[in-house]
Write a protein that binds this ligand. Sequence first.
Ligand code: ADP
Length: 449
Amino acid sequence: MFDKILIANRGEIALRVLRAAKELGIATVAVHSTADADAMHVRLADESVCIGPPVARESYLNMPALIAACEITGADAVHPGYGFLSENARFADMLDAHNITFIGPKAEHIRIMGDKIEAKRTARRLGIPCVPGSDGGVTEDAEALRIARDIGFPVIIKAAAGGGGRGMKVARSEDDIVVALQTARTEAKAAFGDDAVYIEKYLEKPRHIEIQVLGDGKGHAIHLGERDCSLQRRHQKVWEEGPSPALNASMRAEIGDVCAKAMQELQYIGAGTIEFLYEDGKFYFIEMNTRIQVEHPVTEMITGIDLVNEQIRIAAGAELSIKQSDIVLEGHAIECRVNAEHPSTFRPSPGRIQSFHTPGGLGVRVDSAAYQGYVIPPHYDSLVGKLIVHGRTRNECLMRLRRSLDEFVVDGIDTTLPLFRKLVRNQDIQNGQYDIHWLEKFLAAGGMD
Ligand code: ADP
């Protein structure tokens, strides 16, 4: 096992990793920018190192500073959390060259899944069902038009290097396609420094359903059921739940089995998520995330398995301790991402939290690095915390979520708590009847007015 883990992240996920490391008896090193000197992850870690100024490029994304921090403190492993360097194959290689373990998959797998064209090709080869579309990148207008006619309009043009919901353009007819292609390419170049794009059939009313997987690279891989992340705004997840209100046990077992077998064949190491769009009883692969995800607690609440603990154990060379038959889904869990944003305009609202009171009681978990008096810096994402609630049934979960949201107090800044208080009382949400466009339509129709 490792002696000391350096956590190359901040906020609630740095705390989450720190907790798992402490429970394993491993010492922790926090890193922070000058803007985060007062942060909770710095206070709770055994040691801390300042790695640069507020701007992430010079601190949390600064690879030489992170390696130097490992060397100064003698850390023998790095957990990257999510975001920042978590899906950076070069960082994994660099750590390897310094004999420091990257707690994550092989650099080769990060590379494949980081290029969406390559990822889709690999998924297809592994027997995972994909969205119909171009076989690889598309450069010529004529070629784009031919493919779009072939699969039928509407189509979506997506950046190969895409992420965070950026670099996507929908074309509804032949007239739109040239402009959509150009815009997608320009945006992709600006956002990711790579203008490669590809085409997919645009699904009109899918749900976003993702399968959590774990592999040990030693021939074992399992799935831990699904999360339904259909409630999105601008392709960003807002509310996640598991199990999905749209799946039954046999559908879950079928797609889960496909994913577990694929990961076994790939000899995948660590935690990962295979993301699908789901429409009319069919699954369509969109991408794979080779890291722990923001919404991982949903799976932890219904399986009782600590995913970060598993990540650390697997990275240290352990075999998977759990068999597929050990995974029993119990009850229902919902996560709300509470952001420091205005609940209807979504304008970021950094600043000082005047009062902070988190809900508690049976089945209630809050993952947050905030506290009373904490100042949310403007430099990073706007997550204040995640409220995750578990119940024996979906209905119990919704009732518990409703009272937990009412108990949650964050004063001094705007948060999205009022949005969740509306959602939990909404009939469609209560019925589990929503697709990936539901939330945008709800907001456009003045749902928050
Ligand atoms: P990113 O990596 O930027 O998050 P994804 O490929 O995971 O991009 O897609 C993000 C979201 O965009 C999906 O959850 C879905 O809402 C929407 N989306 C992506 N592909 C399609 C498609 N073919 N049809 C309809 N919506 C799509």
